[in-house]
Write a new protein. Structure first.
Length: 297
């Protein structure tokens, strides 16, 4: 996946010194050391492998970062113009490349980015069975509306993918609303990662569209989606009120932080979610709570 766009000298180090199954992120910043997230911790990348000391770490320049983005877009930046405006590119296999640079605006709206200065390459991993400990709490006969809670980088997307596959296996029709093409990693419309035999995928569209049109046209029993924001809460409520079960995730430090997030108090007070599952580390389940935020484990 990453071979087609990373500089050759970085690929050689990764192939010879690292286990790709333990590699989660590669961060390239112009004129600065390359860092990697390996087993959930950050290290500098050097010719001899990884380390805590930046001395001897390899670096990249602006042209190398530009080349990464051009290659990742299959040499057609125009084809990924819209996603670059959102700050990322999704590559076949589910790799997502976050992009930093200078915003080009028009009337206050970001049209695209230019002068690329850094990229964060996030590598997806299938961890089949990682959500087995949660399934009894959320799929005990039916499916309960569930919110997966964790800080960034703790495996929410991997968890959601495994939940989709597990629930689909129970003969529920699942709609994966995959706005950033990370859960199913669809390429040319076909999921590259396992989300189950009875799952449909809508990629690259806002959640409001996926919820509204998906419910009308695909008649799902369950919708699974990643990273709810304040703008998505109304659509989430509408989906649940229509009779569809919802499993989603949100960035939050812990269960107390969820309550304090702007806009979510109404959802908590109305008991929209029947279960809250909190992750810590990479995919580790630290707690499950009911609609009243009482611990169940």
């Amino acid at each position: 996946m990453i071979e087609k766009f990373l500089p050759e000298y970085i690929i050689k180090i990764i192939r010879s010194r690292l286990d790709i199954s333990r590699l989660y992120e590669i961060r390239l910043r112009a004129g600065r050391p390359v860092t990697v997230n390996y087993d959930g911790r950050y290290y500098y990348l050097g010719r001899s492998g990884i380390g805590r000391d930046c001395d001897g770490a390899v670096t990249v320049d602006v042209s190398a970062i530009q080349d990464v983005i051009v290659r990742a877009s299959d040499f057609s930046l125009y084809a990924v113009y819209d996603t670059i405006a959102g700050g990322f590119i999704t590559v076949s296999g589910g790799v997502r490349i976050g992009i930093a640079g200078t915003a080009v605006t028009d009337g206050g709206r970001v049209k695209t980015l230019k002068n690329f200065s850094s990229v964060n390459i996030r590598i997806p991993h299938e961890v089949k069975g990682c959500a087995d400990g949660l399934i009894p709490f959320i799929a005990d006969g039916g499916v309960r509306n569930t919110l997966i809670v964790s800080p960034p980088g703790c495996g929410k997307t991997t968890y959601l993918r495994d939940i989709a596959a597990a629930i689909s296996q129970k003969q529920f029709n699942v709609l994966v609303a995959d706005e950033r093409a990370e859960i199913a990693a669809a390429h040319n419309g076909v999921p590259q990662l396992d989300v189950g035999l009875n799952s449909d995928v809508l990629s690259g569209c806002p959640k409001s569209y996926a919820f509204g049109c998906g419910i009308r046209s695909l008649r799902p029993d369950v919708i699974i989606t990643d990273e709810l924001s304040c703008e998505d809460f109304a659509a989430a409520e509408e989906a649940v009120l229509s009779g569809v079960r919802l499993i989603a995730s949100i960035h939050s430090a812990d269960i107390k932080d969820v309550v304090n997030k702007p806009g979510i108090s109404r959802i908590v007070d109305n008991r929209l979610f029947e279960r809250y599952a909190v992750l810590e580390g990479v995919g580790r389940l630290s707690g499950v709570y009911d609609a009243d935020l009482r611990p169940l484990m």
